[in-house]
Design a protein around this ligand. Structure first.
Ligand code: MN3
Length: 215
């Protein structure tokens, strides 16, 4: 039995969430082998290494992952880096799997669509700016959309960093680590970023946005 509590609300011991679709569900945008390695190996390793880092610090066992990631400065230096990297990896990937679905993707509707049209010239302009941020992220990292005050902003972050370090839960984001796309796209990150929109589940994003707005 796998714990399906949202990763940010989990406490030690942390668990890998079950993928809610088959490895080949997002093909050809994301190939089955990439999905298998990404979920079963990469994400599992973040979970295992996070558990190792937290295990010996009993005072951290009562903290949720969002509390750990939001208070890195208060953590012992010995654990801080491992929790930042692996805790970020766990929370980012747990979000990522739920943003995609087989056969993709209607266009955004409702409040998230209104917000995109309010803060960008158009949906296409929004996607272009998001993709540009992903291309420009040097090395490994993520591109996130967050609601900053009352405005949507696009933020790229290195490694497995997350807006949760500042107490902000992202509305959604895309993984621009090479492991997310290299088998299909090789070095062509811009092609991956463009294709990714075809598997984005706008209903899931809309639900996240509504929940975060209400929070
Ligand atoms: Mn990844």
């Amino acid at each position: 039995m796998t714990d399906q509590t949202d990763a940010k609300d989990q406490r030690y011991p942390f668990e890998l969430p079950t993928l809610e679709y088959d490895f080949d569900a997002l093909a050809p945008v994301i190939d089955a082998k990439t999905m298998e390695l990404h979920h079963d190996k990469h994400h599992q390793a973040y979970v295992d290494n996070l558990n190792k880092a937290v295990a010996e610090h009993k005072d951290l066992h009562e903290k949720t992952l969002s509390e750990l990631l939001g208070n890195l400065d208060s953590l012992l230096e010995a654990a801080r880096g491992a929790i930042r990297n692996n805790g970020g990896g766990h929370v980012n990937h747990s979000m990522f799997w739920k943003l995609m679905k087989s056969g993709g993707a209607a266009n955004p509707s409702g409040a998230i669509s209104d917000a995109i049209n309010r803060d960008f010239d158009s949906f296409d302009d929004f996607k272009t700016k998001f993709n540009e941020a992903g291309v420009k992220q040097f090395g490994s990292g993520w591109v996130f959309v967050v609601s900053d005050g009352d405005k949507l902003t696009i933020q790229s972050m290195p490694n497995q960093d997350t807006p949760l370090h500042k107490g902000i839960e992202p509305i959604f984001g895309n993984d621009v680590w090479e492991h997310a796309y290299y088998l299909t796209y090789n070095n062509r990150r811009p092609d991956y970023l463009k294709a990714w929109w075809d598997v984005v589940d706008w209903e899931a994003i809309s639900e996240r946005y509504e929940r975060l707005r209400g929070a």
